[in-house]
Design a protein around this ligand. Structure first.
Ligand code: COA
Length: 385
């Protein structure tokens, strides 16, 4: 396998972007990444998109976006793994460059979720749960994560206040991110008093419904060096799957796909979680960040809530988590999220995170992107060259 680098990044603002079309969002992010890397041509591209069909009535996305980006006839493929579609697209692009088959490959992600009403958006998202055993019975993702939260509270004594601290911390970071959908600061009281969506999750415990796109360019490390670009190495990518249905798992508070994907990525890089300076993780709900940090081995089971409350995951804490603002504040255009996590890590490793969001120590970091309630997970490790 060849060593691979990320040589360019681009993303749109995330939010409710009525005036922008699906294809325009992707083209803006992709052109941004190409300009950033100085490349005019691509060998191929992979696009994470969870549900073009349900959100914007569009399938056959690879060819459509290659056309509007002006790069036909290159191979262009849509990659789907629910909310981990972006991470899965990145993994596929990385494999193609590492294999030696292609040199310049774009990994992107796009979703336009606000053109449909809230009910249809909730339905479209819920198709990533087990349709027969969860979706048909009315389960939605806020509902499924609420069950997970109750189980975690029962088993470990996790509290709503601990979860609220996750939201406050991520919005504090997102308030400094010019691309964030909700760059607003929150208070713990504000989160606890916000509308209840699915007990115990309030609206401010939930990531929003979002339009947006993100893209990165991958190239062989040696080529990147010869181009004189800032070197951000892809040390490894790990992916794992698990049952879609929560009830099929031995222990629903343990996200096994996250644990396995993390182990695969760390083993391939020859590292431990303690070698990482910070993380971007999949906080689709505040309880998700807590469960993910425990599954990744950053904290023992039951310890991520108290650690969040103690400020350990803040920008100036022991292990900063989601300096971008996370899905919670930055927004969660599902297919684009995994790529937007890579964009933030590259900014931090380059030392170019905006508005005082830059972390003091940013040499190596880990991104964790999750499909549904943990049915799939992709974990990527990047390092400053
Ligand atoms: N965080 C912060 N503010 C939010 C928000 C969020 N997650 N969602 C909505 N808001 C704001 C809106 O901007 C709006 O503010 P305004 O009245 O000042 O304009 C207000 O709260 C109400 O918004 P609305 O769009 O009517 O909310 P909704 O009830 O339709 O949707 C959720 C709220 C939480 C149900 C929806 O955002 C959701 O389903 N989130 C989860 C998405 C998801 O499951 N993703 C996949 C994860 S696996």
């Amino acid at each position: 396998m060849r060593d691979v680098a990320v040589i360019g990044i681009g993303m749109t603002k995330f939010g409710e972007l009525w005036e922008r079309s699906y294809r325009d969002l992707f083209v803006e992010a992709a052109k941004g990444a190409m300009k950033d890397s100085g490349v005019d041509n691509l060998d191929s591209m992979y696009i994470g998109c969870m549900s073009g069909g349900l959100f914007v009535g569009q399938e056959h996305i690879g060819s459509l976006l290659a056309d509007y980006l002006g790069v036909t006839p290159i191979p262009a493929i849509r990659v789907e793994s629910a909310c981990a579609s972006g991470g899965a697209a990145f993994r596929t692009a990385w494999i193609e460059v590492a294999s030696g088959l292609s040199d310049i490959v774009l990994a992107g992600g796009v979703e336009k979720m606000t053109d449909v009403d809230g009910g249809l958006a909730t339905y479209a998202l819920a198709t990533a749960a087990d349709a027969e055993y969860e979706g048909f019975h009315g389960a939605t993702f806020p509902g499924l994560y609420a069950m997970l939260a109750h189980a975690h509270m029962h088993k470990y004594g996790t509290t709503s206040e601990m979860m609220a601290h996750v939201a406050v911390k991520n919005h504090d970071n997102g308030s400094l991110n010019p691309n964030a959908q909700f760059p607003i600061k929150l208070t713990v009281e504000g989160v606890l008093n916000s509308t209840m969506v699915a007990d115990p999750l309030h609206i401010l415990d939930c990531s929003p419904v979002t339009d947006g796109a993100a893209a990165v360019i991958l190239a062989p490390l040696e080529l990147a060096k010869s181009m004189g670009l800032p070197i951000i190495k892809v040390l490894s990518v790990g992916m794992a799957t698990d049952t879609l249905a929560l009830h099929s798992r031995k222990e629903i508070t343990h996200l096994a796909s996250v644990a396995t994907a993390t182990k695969r990525a760390l083993d391939l890089a020859g590292m431990t979680i303690g070698d990482m300076d910070f993380a971007e993780v999949h906080d689709c709900f505040t309880i998700a960040e807590i469960c993910v940090l425990e599954a990744m081995g950053v904290y023992e089971p039951g310890q991520a809530g108290p650690a969040s409350m103690a400020g350990e995951t803040a920008r100036d804490g022991k292990f900063p988590v989601n300096p971008s603002g996370g899905l919670k504040s930055k927004g969660h255009p599902v297919g684009a999220t995994g790529i937007a996590q890579i964009v933030e890590i590259v900014k931090q490793l380059r030392g170019t995170a905006e508005n005082g969001r830059q972390l003091a120590k940013a040499n190596r970091a880990i991104a964790q992107n999750m499909g549904g309630s943990g049915g799939s997970s992709v974990v990527t490790i990047l390092e400053k060259g």
